[in-house]
Ligand binder design. Structure first.
Ligand code: FAD
Length: 398
């Protein structure tokens, strides 16, 4: 901590990760006297993953990315650094990048998000497409377009592995995208079959059985073939070996696994990991046994981690405690907040689960649009957020 000549103290916060948790934390301290923030990210922009599936099926990726420079344009005490963190020394209070650059902190906030997990399954990484960031999503879209153009008027099979929210949202839109591409290139649409595979006994296992049933019915209405209780054993080009037999497909998409950044396992003296690789945190979201090192969002072992809303509320929670700490006040304990689940299934249809209330159909879709806008409002002034949000209706030049 720096004590200035004026006697005022400055708390230096180093935030690693320019996603939901990291950006929200940095914004909470923007232009707040007494704080200096360094935001380190390996990406020049913030990505809204919840909208990636729309980019995969042709919508403009402009609604998915917001440059960090734009978000912090008017902030005088936030420095943005493009770098990849690799090491933390808790005794010296230093975070180091993979190239050896060091950053000293009074308080470290780590929100490095998840990466794809292939669970070591043979052939999966080589022979499947994913949808976890903008580059992978644009690649997936390109593959879909190529297949639809090649298979005009002929059968084509797209396998989506993973019936969580991402897999369900993607599977529900693929046939519609095939029709769009056929119109655009004045060709006959392919006879597109989408096959959704999951190891669990129902789609959207995080949601209630009722919400899951509604999503299943809608997927079936859209012609999606669903295979449950089915595990992937290995994968080859255009063929996936399942516990229930072989599945041939023109394209295989893997949406069934994610795991925390390897940063944590590489720093075992600072982080204790649970069996999924998430960091065990105390009741203030600090790495267990290490005060002033906060771990939030997808990386923290909390009840609802893995959701953008959780990362945002974690950021708000620790920000209040950091301010209290700065003023020598009392810190509060963390209470996990159940997120609102909104999953789109096909064009203009969504299922919404808010506590015990479940809604679906066009009204659900409207809730999804409102939820998208609420996300952008966290990072942009109202007019700008509306502009970003409207991009969702635009199709890219394909
Ligand atoms: C396809 C998809 C769809 C989703 N849909 C929804 C949804 O509809 N609703 C919902 O609530 N949640 C959704 N999620 C989950 C949601 O995106 C995450 O829970 C949320 O992004 C977590 O925020 P975070 O801050 O923990 O990590 P992230 O937002 O992932 O941010 C991590 C940041 O850290 C950076 N980074 C990583 N490693 C390093 C390093 N070594 N050094 C520096 N920077 C680094 C990354 O580039 C990134 O900027 C979805 C996720 C995916 C993949």
């Amino acid at each position: 901590m720096i004590i200035k000549m004026s006697g005022k103290k400055i708390t230096k916060i180093v935030v690693a990760g320019g996603g939901f948790g990291g950006v929200k934390t940095a914004l909470n301290f923007a232009n707040v006297p007494g704080f200096e923030v360094t935001l380190i990210s390996d990406n020049t922009h913030f990505e809204y993953h919840g909208a990636l599936y729309r980019s995969a099926v042709g919508h403009s990726p402009m609604e998915v990315v917001i440059p960090l420079k734009e978000i912090f344009a008017n902030c005088t005490n936030v420095e943005i650094i493009l770098d990849s963190v690799g090491y933390i020394d808790h005794s010296k209070k230093i975070i180091a990048s993979q190239t050896g650059q060091t950053y000293t902190y009074d308080i470290a906030v780590l929100a490095l998000g998840n990466i794809v997990n292939y669970f070591g399954i043979d052939g999966l990484e080589t022979h499947t497409q994913t949808m976890h960031d903008i580059p992978s999503t644009i690649r997936l879209r390109g593959k879909l377009v190529d297949i639809f153009k090649k298979t005009s008027n002929k059968p084509c099979r797209i396998a989506v592995i993973g019936a969580g929210a991402s897999g369900v949202e993607l599977a529900g839109e693929i046939s519609n995208f095939a029709t769009f591409i056929a119109k655009k290139y004045s060709i006959k649409p392919p006879q597109c079959k989408v096959i959704l595979v999951d190891g669990s006994s129902r789609v959207l296992p995080l949601l209630s059985e009722k919400a899951s049933r509604k999503a299943t019915k809608k997927l079936q209405d859209l012609g999606v073939e669903i295979h449950l209780n089915t595990r992937v054993e290995s994968c080859e080009e255009n063929s996936v070996y399942l516990s229930a037999g072989n599945l041939d497909a023109d394209l295989i998409v893997w949406t069934a696994g994610s795991k925390p950044s390897s940063f944590y396992s590489k720093n075992p003296d600072v982080f204790t990991l649970n069996r999924n690789g998430k960091v065990v945190v105390d009741n203030q979201l600090q790495s267990q046994g290490h005060k002033n090192i906060y771990v939030i969002g997808d990386n923290a072992d909390t009840k609802y981690s893995g959701m953008a809303q959780t990362a945002l509320s974690d950021a708000n929670f620790i920000s209040k405690n950091i301010i209290a700490q700065h003023k020598n006040g009392k810190l509060k304990n963390y209470t996990p907040k159940k997120p609102l689940y909104v999953v789109t299934v096909g064009p203009k249809w969504a299922v919404v689960e808010n506590g015990s209330r479940i809604r679906s159909g066009r009204a659900g879709w409207k809730t999804r649009r409102d939820a998208d806008l609420a996300i952008f409002r966290n990072f942009q002034p109202y007019k700008q957020a509306i502009k970003t949000w409207r991009q969702a209706y635009r199709m890219s030049k394909i």
